[in-house]
Write a protein that binds this ligand. Structure first.
Ligand SMILES: Cc1cc2nc3c(=O)[nH]c(=O)nc-3n(C[C@H](O)[C@H](O)[C@H](O)COP(=O)(O)OP(=O)(O)OC[C@H]3O[C@@H](n4cnc5c(N)ncnc54)[C@H](O)[C@@H]3O)c2cc1C
Length: 838
């Protein structure tokens, strides 16, 4: 206690000293400034200016705005596969699923627990059916040891119910967070001995097809659908119900043994394979040498429990486990710590638990503190039992070549599955479950892709297969050789879902029926996909184009430039900024870089307008009193310059504008005798200072842009459907076409809006723009007038600062409604101001 007090006193002393030092420094600085007036005036001028800018930023904006866009991003546990879907439904009944399917006509993706790791649960702009709320136990037949469930139920929720009857899931994964539908759709497996994939425990499925029809599939009825849907990755239909075989919940005791890799096959076949008392088993193969296996098996027992928990509860704190996983990821030292310290500690004690307890681990125990820069990912290889000794050196060589940070390799056993079309076990195999750490940046992703393709070759060379719920890096050729029965799977799919509505990133890559589609070309076009949030976020940036236009309009109308509403303009910018930030806050990942840019330009314009407010409300107003009705040539040229600038920035970065020649033009313009010479010269000088400063600032920004910015994307790509040739239309380039479908490119920015205005008179259906299904537009209307256009969501209204009778509406609409809406504005005297092109 005494020590703590002394320490606090010491810290207090230090802080006081620092405070004194700072105050003294400031005092000295003030004395220095006050010693001479020529220092004090600029100092206080600058100080006042900074205070004014901060004040203006603080009092501007719209912090009360609270509308947010719906979150339509589907991602998985790794956080590296975000997919923007078009609509998310969370059904509670079969009827709701049928309705969702029948009232839409686009692609459909299905999500369970979202633990698959390569876009298997999402597809861009699709109707996403999130099954997690469709999660009831329908019936339990205690005598037959069978259960019927809704497919969105998690294993843990099911375990909680069947545990009451002392029953247990027959086959499932190690962790209990997965949904039954998701597990069946990947044909999962676990550490169970004497079994293979889950299919052998599935008795019947109820599915909803792409047309909304209910189908029952089992080993007698709709047999092909049964074989295709299990391990079918949501490509056949929505599994709404499943009937599963259960087993008794028994007590199990843990046994561990270190086995040399070379002895493993022999050890396994002698001690584990045929022992009906072994319920769970796995062998941990230690990196980086991959020469010893820690065999962990759980055998039925009648002994006393060491832990009486029946099912692992949710919400436990796994801080220690999370740290341990992190420690193991510290290179070879971490691997040594695991083998020599962590594992001996974990497996050092006796353990006798319920089967349900051992089958209900929580994935939370693997969750790191953050997945922002590094994430943990799984892969799994299925190698025929007799080929593992030959495979392991090949696997090791790939990991060593690419310096892959392997945390764990867990071997499990599976008997063959001759039923499912996408079967991963044609023969008896050992599954190698690989847990590794990777970077989340694009470069790291590319490296993973490279080594995964090499690993897939190694797997194929030993007649193995790999697990499809993980990143689908394998090439189409590799997929075909690994899964030769995929032809049968896709034939069944094509028969029941001929429009291939059920889709996701995995099926999209390997489905041979999708091959000829023009949609495939999208992946080959650089910058085809644009981030959807950009259409919302770019509005304030565009305000800095609309506002100079308003200024030029204002001057052309002969109004007094000193009366221009500079403060209202700043306020409007920050309002648009606050609103766009709020709108995207829940729907999209944070776009820090763009937000910083918006803050920088917002502060820059506030600084510029703060000067103008100060000047125009004092000197500007004073000289305005001398103005008469005539306008001098110089002032007319200034107006021309402001117009040229405002036109220029619709299509080009502001800092590329040539400011200096306009100063020359203004000075060269002849004097006009009728106009007030005082006002003329005051305006000329003010303009000269303004444009000179902008020219200087533009040079600086231009240099910075050259050295740091990437080449900007100049075109936006649209997928459209049109019978008409579009070749001749100005600014439209047809990149690819197939029948009526076309991928066209249109230059971005101002030209984009102009071209959309032109296209609105053509018979064209827009399918997507920049890979997105929604876009933001702004349009101007007289206050008090109303319009009605379906499917248009007005996000907010904004002021036209120079005209109190007008209002700017910022709205979001589906891209397929863009051209009809533009057409509507034309026919209803609504001024379409801008289409925000991401
Ligand atoms: C930490 C961890 C450990 C794992 N351990 C194992 C393991 O031991 N054994 C193993 O086999 N796998 C394991 N996996 C992989 C896991 O089994 C699969 O990813 C499984 O699909 C997860 O279930 P889910 O509910 O999250 O499914 P999701 O990832 O949500 O979906 C998987 C696929 O099923 C489809 N789908 C989901 N629900 C339905 C439905 N109702 N109807 C039709 N299609 C549907 C989806 O469209 C998708 O294609 C593990 C994964 C993780 C992250």
């Amino acid at each position: 206690m005494k020590k703590i007090k002394t320490f606090i006193r010491f810290i207090k002393g230090l802080l006081l000293k620092f405070l004194k030092f700072t105050v003294n420094l400031f005092k000295r600085f003030l004395i220095f400034i006050h010693r001479k007036k020529r220092r004090a005036i600029p100092f206080y001028g600058l100080f006042g200016y900074i205070v004014l800018v901060i004040f203006l930023v603080k009092i501007s904006g719209d912090s009360a705005y609270n509308k947010t866009l719906a979150n339509k991003r589907v991602n998985d546990v790794t956080q590296i596969n975000p997919i923007q879907v078009g609509q998310v439904v969370q059904p509670h009944s079969t009827k709701e699923i049928i309705k969702a399917i029948q009232t839409t006509n686009g692609k459909i993706s299905i999500g369970g627990g979202r633990f698959s790791m390569g876009g298997q649960t999402g597809y861009n702009n699709s109707l996403h059916i999130d099954m997690r709320e469709f999660n009831k136990v329908i019936s339990i037949d205690k005598d037959k040891k069978q259960v019927k469930v809704q497919a969105g139920i998690t294993w843990r929720d099911l375990q909680k119910e069947i545990d009451k009857e002392n029953l247990s899931v027959k086959i499932m994964q190690t962790y209990a967070n997965f949904t039954v539908g998701g597990s069946i759709s990947v044909n999962c497996h676990g550490r169970y001995i004497g079994h293979g994939p889950i299919i052998s425990s599935v008795l019947e499925l109820k599915l909803i097809s792409a047309s909304g029809k209910i189908l029952i599939a089992n080993r007698e009825q709709n047999v092909d659908i049964f074989k295709a849907a299990i391990g079918g990755y949501g490509g056949i239909g929505v599994i709404v119900e499943a009937t599963l075989q259960l087993e008794d919940n028994v007590k199990v005791e843990r046994y561990t043994k270190m086995v040399d890799l070379t002895d493993y096959n022999n050890f396994f076949s002698t001690n584990i394979r045929n022992d009906t008392n072994v319920i769970f088993q796995n062998g941990d193969l230690y990196p980086p040498n991959y020469d010893v296996i820690n065999n962990i098996s759980w055998k039925k027992t009648a002994k006393e429990l060491t832990d009486t928990t029946r099912v692992t509860p949710e919400g436990e704190n796994y801080w220690l486990e999370s740290i341990l996983v992190d420690v193991v990821s510290w290179g070879n030292f971490g691997k040594w710590v695991r083998r020599k310290l962590i594992d001996p500690y974990i497996y050092g004690s006796d353990k006798i638990v319920w089967r349900n307890k051992e089958a209900s681990y929580d994935v939370a125990e693997l969750e790191p503190k953050s997945r922002a820069e590094k994430t943990y990912v799984l892969q799994e290889y299925f190698i025929p039992v007799n080929n593992i000794q030959a495979f392991i050196p090949k696997m090791k060589a790939v990991y060593e070549k690419y310096d892959v940070n392997i945390i764990n390799v867990s071997l499990r056993h599976a008997f063959p599955d001759k039923e499912s079309f996408l079967s991963w076990a044609d023969e008896e195999v050992f599954a190698f479950v690989i847990y590794y750490k990777q970077g989340t940046d694009n470069e790291s992703k590319e490296v993973v892709k490279k080594w995964t393709i090499e690993m897939t070759d190694a797997i194929l060379s030993e007649n193995g297969k790999w697990y499809l719920p993980y990143q689908p890096h394998a090439t189409i050729e590799q997929f075909k050789s690994g899964f030769p029965n995929s032809d049968q799977y896709f034939a069944v799919k094509n028969g029941i879902d001929s429009l291939h509505r059920f889709n996701n990133k995995l099926l999209d890559k390997y489905n041979p029926y999708l091959k000829p589609l023009i949609e495939r070309e999208r992946e080959n076009i650089k910058d085809y996909y644009r981030d959807e949030e950009q259409t919302v976020l770019t509005v304030p940036e565009w305000y800095l184009v609309f506002n100079p236009k308003e200024y030029a309009d204002y001057l052309e109308e002969g109004k007094n430039p000193s009366d221009f509403p500079f403060y209202a303009s700043i306020d409007e910018y920050w309002k648009l900024y606050d609103r766009s930030q709020k709108l995207v806050s829940e729907a999209y990942p944070a776009n820090k870089e763009y937000n910083t840019m918006l803050q920088v330009i917002g502060v820059s314009v506030t600084m510029e307008y703060a000067v103008k407010i100060s000047y125009e409300n004092t000197i500007g107003t004073f000289f305005g009193w001398f103005a008469n009705d005539s306008i001098s040539q110089k002032e007319a040229t200034i107006i021309e310059a402001q117009r040229a600038y405002s036109n220029f920035i619709y299509n080009t970065a502001w800092y590329e504008f040539k400011f200096m020649p306009w100063i020359g033009k203004v000075w060269k313009a002849s004097d006009n005798n009728d106009a007030s010479w005082l006002r003329e010269w005051e305006r000329t000088l003010f303009f000269t200072v303004e444009f000179s400063f902008k020219a200087f600032y533009a040079q600086l920004i231009g240099l910075a842009a050259e050295s740091s910015y990437e080449e900007p994307t100049t075109d936006i790509y649209l997928l459209v459907s049109s019978e008409k040739e579009l070749e001749g239309i100005n600014n439209v380039t047809v990149i690819k076409h197939q029948n009526d479908k076309k991928i066209i490119a249109i230059p971005r920015w101002g030209t984009f809006t102009e071209t959309i205005l032109k296209l609105s008179d053509q018979n064209i259906d827009v399918i997507e723009i920049g890979g997105n299904d929604e876009i933001v537009v702004s349009y101007l209307m007289n206050k008090g007038t109303h319009h009605k256009f379906d499917n248009l969501e007005v996000l907010y209204s904004s002021d036209v600062v120079t005209n109190i009778n007008k209002i700017r509406l910022v709205a979001m609409l589906p891209v397929n409604n863009l051209l009809p809406f533009v057409h509507y504005t034309k026919n209803n005297s609504i001024e379409l101001e801008h289409v925000f092109d991401y």
